[in-house]
Write a protein that binds this ligand. Structure first.
Ligand code: ZN
Length: 453
């Protein structure tokens, strides 16, 4: 759908007259509905103000002050206008309407004041202001107070961009990426209207902020699972979660560590690998495809329950460097969603297809970027002995081996290499175990090719 650009909303004279007549009809209806509350309305003005009723007197007072000042300014401004300039119609009245909404689903109460001013023309001028109140701390807070740290706003902005674009797509509104980017930019003023709901953080974008006026308010809900590390823990409802199986690091302290990683799966061959891992006291990492995991959900679940690590290899193996911001997000976030639906966790490691990534994509991914330093080229040579020899001859402490569980030969080669390396004091660990044992402070702005002390 095309709509007027947000910079050119000047109406023609004809437009003014046309819309004013519509507005007059609306006023007619409003004056009946709101009759009871028209305290100081008169020949020139309609005032309809609902002050929120709140237990906390300080906040109630601050809100009343805000509305009253707005009203005062409105009167001052409109007194300057010549009413003849707008309409010759004696029925014309200026309007000042103020209403509110309260959200109270978590530790935070939100009070949203919505003021509509009418001074003629096509639209009411809308103004939204929200107040937030932390129930436990008993004080007023802002979005800044619920965010984890200084980098959180940038991360929240990425999530918001994605969910707004998705909203547009789901509702057949072709949102303009540039406009959405602007309205969701990492600036606190873009995030003044939010609610902490039971299932996620709701962010409301006012008309024009991310799309056409006609689209109205855009409500998105970012699930809490997407907000770990972005908003503070105490604002995330506690959920009973199964403990992630973790092996004790003590067993591996005097060993050389190597991480076998399997890309592009899962596949029918993955089960064979899982069947034999215990024989080598091994756990491995799977960088799975988002578009395959639902088909092989039992394998993903089995691998995870055994204590293997499930990382993301994106949705459909595209070169991320060639995609738009929204397309990149879809590749990463849709994979998260599918994995989440199987094992109830969001993968915290990503291996970009072809190893292609840049700073922007790292910021969107916001997780550990894991490359490899032992490339078996199994997909090319499909020769078990070659693969085994390569791994055994190049293995080193902290190494990351790249394999693909799409091929049975790769699975066989991995197991055979493990058998040989076991004799050489190697232990086979996941990426997560490697990081934990080597006490590495992961930096999401870096690519990791190996883990050497
Ligand atoms: Zn791949």
């Amino acid at each position: 759908m095309k709509c007027r650009s947000k910079k050119s909303i000047k109406l023609t004279k004809f437009g003014k007259i046309f819309f004013s007549s519509i507005a007059l009809v609306i006023i007619g209806i409003f004056s009946i509905v709101f009759q009871s509350g028209n305290d100081d309305s008169n020949d020139k003005y309609i005032f309809e103000i609902n002050y929120p009723k709140l237990q906390n007197k300080a906040i109630a007072k601050a809100i009343k002050k805000y509305i009253d000042e707005k009203k005062e300014n409105f009167v001052k401004e409109t007194e300057k206008y010549e009413i003849d300039d707008l309409e010759n119609d004696s029925n014309f009245k200026y309007e000042f309407l103020s209403d509110y909404e309260i959200s109270d689903a978590s530790t935070v109460i939100g009070v949203h004041i919505n003021i509509n001013e009418y001074t003629g023309g096509a639209h009411y001028i809308k103004e939204d202001k929200s107040y937030y109140f932390d129930k436990e701390r008993e004080e007023e807070i802002t979005i800044k107070d619920i965010l984890e740290n200084d980098n959180s706003l940038e991360k929240l902005s990425n999530k918001a961009f994605y969910y707004v674009m998705k909203y547009g797509e789901d509702n057949n509104l072709s949102f303009d990426e540039v406009w959405v980017n602007d309205g969701t930019r990492a600036d606190y003023v873009n995030y003044n209207y939010f609610n902490l709901l039971d299932d996620g953080l709701e962010i409301v974008f006012v008309p024009y902020q991310v799309s056409c006026y006609a689209d109205g308010y855009i409500h998105i809900v970012i699930p809490y699972g997407d907000l770990l590390g972005i908003i503070k823990d105490n604002y995330i409802p506690k959920e009973e979660k199964e403990e992630v199986p973790r092996r004790s690091v003590e067993d591996f302290k005097d060993k050389k560590l190597i991480a076998f990683t399997f890309d592009d799966g899962p596949s029918g061959n993955t089960d064979k690998l899982l069947d034999h891992l215990d024989e080598h006291n091994a756990r491995v990492t799977f960088f799975v495809m988002g578009n395959r995991v639902l088909k092989y959900r039992d394998i993903v679940k089995r691998a995870y329950d055994m204590g293997n690590l499930i990382g993301s290899h994106t949705y459909s193996h595209k070169n991320l460097l060639h995609l738009s911001k929204y397309e990149t997000m879809k590749e990463i976030y849709l994979t998260d969603k599918n994995i989440q639906s199987i094992i109830n966790i969001t993968p915290i490691y990503l291996r970009p297809p072809y190893g292609n990534i840049d700073a922007n994509i790292r910021s969107i991914a916001n997780r550990g970027i894991i490359m490899w330093d032992l490339d078996t080229e199994d997909w090319k040579n499909k020769n078990k002995n070659k693969i085994v020899d390569y791994i055994v001859n190049n293995a080193h402490d902290g190494g990351i081996v790249l394999l693909h569980d799409l091929y049975e030969v790769s699975v066989d080669a991995a197991l055979e290499a493990m058998e040989i390396l076991e004799e050489k004091n190697y232990a086979f660990v996941t990426i997560e175990e490697m990081i934990r044992i080597k006490e590495i402070e992961l930096d999401n702005d870096k690519n990791y090719y190996r883990f050497i002390d």
